[in-house]
Write a protein that binds this ligand. Structure first.
Ligand code: HEC
Ligand code: HEC
Length: 301
């Protein structure tokens, strides 16, 4: 309501609400007659023989109407609803949300703070922390990585030991705090369709996938010329650039020839959003510990 740019709409809404209430009042008053004299037929007849008497409305039924009318007025005085008046209670949805958030913050802040002072590996080994971490993960991360953190096409599995950016505690924390942008440039225009097929055959040969060995030989040379800057001379990847290891048999996008051709031909841009500002350091620490614990056996307590 407070978002109206001119006072006109506010007055319009108030007018409509006021008129509706007055109209209800008028209808109620005009039907508020007590029995006087004998009941008479109204003169209306439906379906040939259904006639209407002018009996007064039942009292209890009228009272219900009065109650709803009084309720409406009391409600509009106490709560926002009459144009952009705030209501005498000062209640607002935003206010209620903020109060509840503040309460939750007060309740959980000390718990988060306790874990923030502990090493990632120790937090990962703590049952209570794992529970809290999982709840945060399901709330903020599951829509992309899955509730079980096993990922999907284009969204990395966080439970294995394969890391594009690195699986050390600090690196995981950096990933969650600042986000990551995986950029594989398109090579279609550089290599042409034959060149792309050759280099894909070479990449497939590295993890023992079916490939054409003649093409793979030619592809090995193309790989050294075009791909080692990011994926490294042995194709084992460069975590500083988020360039994956192409020899480990683990694929972010899938292992079929068609998918790999698409990757090399058109490139890939893949973004992990940063959560540092949104969640704050303490929650990021807990999440990093949870993710770390998924692929590292928790140390004995
Ligand atoms: C909008 C989708 C999305 C959400 C939400 C999301 N992520 Fe990601 N995440 C990605 C993508 C995409 C990547 C891969 C980026 C790339 O290709 O380099 C990624 C990568 C990662 C990595 C690095 C994996 C590696 O191999 O190095 C970690 C760790 C991670 N996410 C943790 C989280 C956590 C924890 C959360 C919740 C706070 C989260 N992500 C929420 C999309 C998301
Ligand atoms: C500028 C750095 C860069 C260069 C050069 C580069 N890549 Fe990549 N490549 C990446 C990155 C980063 C990713 C991960 C993309 C993502 O996170 O979605 C990737 C992903 C891939 C994938 C998909 C891996 C998977 O797990 O599904 C293949 C296949 C691949 N690259 C092959 C190649 C080949 C072949 C070349 C040379 C023709 C090449 N790349 C050159 C950075 C590079």
């Amino acid at each position: 309501m407070a978002d109206f740019i001119s006072g006109f709409w506010n007055a319009y809404v108030m007018g409509l609400v006021g008129l509706s209430l007055l109209f209800c009042l008028f209808v109620l008053m005009s039907n508020n007659k007590r029995e006087t004299g004998p009941v008479e037929l109204h003169g209306h007849v439906w379906d040939e023989n259904l006639a209407e008497y002018n009996n007064p409305l039942p009292r209890w039924w009228l009272y219900l109407f009065w109650i709803t009318l009084i309720f409406a007025v009391v409600y509009l005085v106490m709560y926002p609803g009459f144009g952009n008046t705030k209501g005498v209670l000062g209640w607002s949805a935003v206010g209620q949300y903020e109060t509840e958030m503040r309460k939750a913050e007060e309740r959980y802040a000390p718990i988060f703070a306790k874990y923030q002072g502990m090493e990632v590996a120790a937090v990962a080994a703590d049952d209570e922390a794992r529970g809290a971490g999982k709840r945060l993960f399901v709330t903020y991360c599951a829509q992309c990585h899955g509730a079980d953190a096993r990922g999907a096409k284009g969204f990395p599995n966080l439970t294995d030991r394969v890391w594009n950016w690195g699986g050390e505690a600090e690196t995981i924390k950096t990933t969650i705090t600042g986000g990551r942008m995986g950029m594989m440039p398109p090579f279609g225009p550089v290599l042409g369709p034959e060149g792309v097929k050759d280099v894909v055959s070479y990449v497939r040969s590295l993890s023992g996938l079916a490939h054409d060995s003649l093409r793979a030989q030619r592809g090995a040379e193309l790989f050294q010329q075009n791909c080692v800057a990011c994926h490294g001379p042995e194709a084992k990847g460069t975590q500083a650039m988020g360039a994956p290891n192409l020899t480990d048999g683990d694929w972010l996008y899938g292992s079929t020839e068609a998918v790999m051709t698409e990757t090399v031909q058109n490139g890939r841009t893949n973004r992990m959003p940063g959560f540092g500002e949104f969640l704050g350091e303490a929650k990021v620490h807990l999440l990093a510990s949870y993710v770390y614990g998924l692929s590292n056996q928790p140390a004995a307590k």
